[in-house]
Each structure stands twice: as structure tokens, then as C-alpha cells.
Design a protein around this ligand. Structure first.
Ligand code: CMC
Length: 382
């Protein structure tokens, strides 16, 4: 691509300005509007971070109460969205169902008015709230279980786990899940956020821009990697196989899921926080094999890569998140939808920010095809 004068995959291309978040790839730091994710993980909640991300300021107590009440009041899905979810076959991947479900929110969403930011933030708040309900419902229908109605006594994280599992989660696990949601909330111009921005730049409805982002997130190179990491752990089978498995993966140049990043050149800071929580949770559980297998893959990869020119490949956010969710009783097929439960606040914040000063995304292409071909009639073609 360099000889043609463009950057494949837009690597290093600055596409717009943002103050929602910044990935500092060289030092392995991530900030949301200036505050490090480590500090937010320790002190904040998903609701507070979602407000912070959407409105660009930390809420005071009164604002947070209002926002939380609005989120709770929006949890019930429109009937058409429930119908779309029920129409999907049980074998469908939940990301495909989720994309359809969120598109269905667009059936009744009012047209976009870029000037009415307050209204757009309310629409976004509703989608953030409803996306969690949709993910829980999709999972329960797949498992042949009755959907669980939302419970307004519970926080966003607690209520999601409640709707998913049908029981009120214990406080420690709910807090870990809340922190996982904080960690996934935003990540500057990642592929799904960029997809959301491209669609929203045409002044399309919020729900339709978010549904484009869900499509982008579903791929294994992006959010789909968390599900693939657990498939990898399962196919390795047992911790004692892990070292040999990594040696083979490196020798055959296979991609190891949950490793590598376009921007980070060191450990992804989200992976560190997730690992810390996972270690605490594993200590309270009998099942330790998935964690042990991943730990050996992790350590062996870092050790082996450090001896090569690929020493810039490190674990990313998707490496540990699935193992944490599995210990909470969540099936791996639901991991990527859970990524969306969090990232929807980031997608929305980017759109709201971009609409203040919108210009349609329309890049240029380097044409490398023939310049002057003639049409050949079909009967004269080989
Ligand atoms: N395992 C082994 N080798 C790797 C890996 C990996 N996970 N990732 C990159 N490489 C190698 C790659 O083969 C290439 O080698 P070569 O130069 O010999 O062809 C080199 O490193 C550069 O990789 P790249 O594919 O050009 O990098 P990229 O910036 O285009 O892609 C990535 C980044 C994240 C898509 C890629 O690292 C990858 O596919 N990782 C596995 C999937 C994954 O974990 N994705 C989650 C990303 S982070 C959070 C999220 O978005 O969900």
C-alpha cells in the first residue's frame, strides 16, 4: 500500500478530533476525558462513566440520580424489538440477532436533528439501557428460558446479570462486572466506533449507526476475539498442553486471539485490571483450568515473543475478559454481546460529539484498475 501512497487499514491516519477518550499506545495508558481507566475502575460506576462520556462532565449527585432513573425507566424493550428477537432461530449468533434488534429500535426513532443535542443524548441513553435488556433476552431465548423482566432496584450491571441469570448477583461479582463494563466503554477510533461515526456522519438515525457498530464489533479481529480466546482455551484442553500449543502456534504463524493491537505497543492497561479481578474470582472458585491454561499461554507468548522482532505483540482487553465472565456462569457465545453492552455508550458519545460539527465521511480511493477497457459481448467472452 505504501507504494500507492495510502495507509492500508488507515493505520496512523488521523480521521477527526475527539475528546471522548485517548489510547496512549506506547505507554499502555487509556484515558476517558482525561481520567485514567485504572482510577475510574477503582472509584466509578458504569452509569457515572456513561454520563461522563455522553455529557462531557462528571455528574453531580442530582444529575447522576436523574440519569440513573432515566436509564432504569428505559429498560423495557419495545414490542417490535422483542418480536425481532423471538423470530431469530436459536442457532443464530447473538451478535446477528442484536444487530437486528437494535435496528428495530429505529422503527420508531424520530429523525435526527443535529441541533437538538439534549434530545439526541436522551435517545442514546435509551439505547444504552435497552441494549442490555436485548442482550439478556437474546441469551435466555437461545437457552430456551423465559425472559426476565428488568428490576429497577438494581444498578445497570446488577440488573443485566439478573436478567441474564434470573437471580440477583452477589455484590462482589456484580462489582467486577460493573468494572468490566467501565473498562470496555470507549477506545478512541477502533473499528466499531469508526463504523458508527461513518454511518452517523450521513445523519442517519442513532439506532442505525449503532447497529453498524455492532456488525463491526462482531468480527474476530475486533470484539469477537473474546469468544475466540475461550474457544482456544477449550481446544487446548488442559493447562499442561498450553506450552506446546503456543510453540506450535508461533511456529506455524497462527494468530493467537486476545493478542496484538494496532495502537498498543505494550500491555493493554485493561488486560491488567481484568487479570487482577480474574485472579480474585478464581481464588473463590473450584474451576481453575481455564484460567491456568490462559495464564500459561499468556506467559509463554510474552516470553517467546520477547526473543523476536515481534516483541510489540502483547495481550489485549479480550484475553482475560471471557475467563472472568465464564466464572460468573456466562456462556462464551454471549461475551461479544456483553462487549456491546458497554461500548454502546462510547459509540453514542462519539456520535453526539461528532454531530456538533458534522461532515460526511467520504475518503478518496487510489484507483489501480485499467483505464480504457472495451465492453465485450457475452458470446465473444472466453
Ligand atoms: N498472534 C500472532 N501474531 C500476531 C498477532 C497475534 N494475535 N497479531 C498480530 N500478529 C502479527 C501479524 O501476523 C503480523 O505479522 P507479519 O508482519 O509477519 O505479517 C504482525 O504481527 C502485525 O500484525 P497486523 O495484523 O498487521 O496488525 P494490525 O494492526 O493490522 O491488526 C489486530 C491488529 C488486533 C487485528 C491483530 O493483532 C489481531 O488479529 N489480533 C488477534 C485478534 C484480537 O485479539 N483482536 C482484539 C483486538 S483488541 C480489542 C478489540 O478490538 O476487541
Amino acid at each position: 500500500s505504501e507504494e500507492h501512497g495510502f495507509s492500508k487499514g488507515l493505520a496512523g491516519v488521523v480521521a477527526d478530533a475527539t475528546s471522548v477518550s485517548q489510547v496512549q499506545g506506547e505507554v499502555g495508558r487509556l484515558i476517558y476525558r482525561g481520567i485514567s481507566i485504572e482510577e475510574l475502575a477503582e472509584k466509578s460506576t458504569y452509569e457515572e462513566c456513561a454520563f461522563f462520556s455522553l455529557y462531557g462532565k462528571m455528574p453531580n449527585q442530582n444529575e447522576l440520580n436523574k440519569f440513573t432513573t432515566e436509564m432504569k425507566a428505559s429498560r423495557v424493550l419495545p414490542k417490535a424489538v422483542e418480536a425481532v428477537i423471538s423470530a431469530a432461530p436459536r442457532s443464530a449468533h447473538p451478535m446477528a440477532i442484536l444487530q437486528a434488534a437494535i435496528s428495530a429500535i429505529g422503527f420508531e426513532e424520530h429523525p435526527v436533528n443535529l441541533k437538538n443535542e439534549e434530545m439526541n443524548i436522551h435517545s442514546a441513553t435509551k439505547i444504552i439501557s435497552q441494549l442490555a435488556t436485548a442482550v439478556a433476552r437474546i441469551s435466555r431465548e437461545r437457552r430456551g428460558l423465559e425472559p426476565v423482566a428488568p428490576n429497577t432496584d438494581l444498578s445497570h450491571a446488577e440488573n443485566f446479570l439478573y436478567m441474564l441469570n434470573g437471580e440477583i448477583p452477589n455484590k462482589d461479582e456484580a462489582r467486577m462486572f460493573d468494572v468490566a463494563l467501565i473498562l470496555h466503554l470507549d477506545h478512541d477510533f477502533n473499528a466499531s466506533t469508526f463504523a458508527a461515526r461513518v454511518v452517523a456522519s450521513t445523519e442517519a438515525k442513532l439506532s442505525l449507526s449503532i447497529s453498524a457498530a455492532i456488525g463491526a464489533l462482531s468480527g474476530p479481529l475486533h470484539g469477537g476475539a473474546n469468544e475466540k480466546v475461550l474457544e482456544m482455551a477449550d481446544s487446548i484442553g488442559a493447562p499442561q498442553n498450553a506450552k506446546a500449543w503456543v510453540a506450535n502456534a508461533l511456529a506455524t504463524k497462527a494468530k493467537v486471539m486476545g493478542f496484538g493491537h494496532r495502537v498498543y505497543r505494550t500491555m493493554d492497561p485493561r488486560a491488567k485490571v481484568l487479570r487482577g479481578m480474574l485472579e480474585k474470582l478464581v481464588a473463590t472458585k473450584k474451576e481453575k483450568d481455564t484460567y491456568e491454561t490462559l495464564r500459561i499461554v499468556h506467559d509463554t507468548m510474552i516470553e517467546e515473543l520477547s526473543k523476536t522482532s515481534k516483541d510489540y505483540i502483547w495481550p489485549n482487553v479480550d484475553f482475560w475478559s471471557g475467563a472472568l465472565y465464564r466464572l460468573m456462569g456466562i456462556e462464551s457465545i454471549d461475551f461479544t454481546p456483553i462487549f456491546a453492552v458497554s461500548r454502546v455508550a462510547g459509540w453514542s458519545s462519539h456520535i453526539i460529539e461528532m454531530w456538533r460539527d458534522n461532515r460526511i465521511y467520504r475518503p478518496a480511493a487510489k484507483y489501480i484498475g485499467p483505464a480504457d477497457e472495451k465492453y465485450v459481448d457475452i458470446k465473444n467472452r472466453k
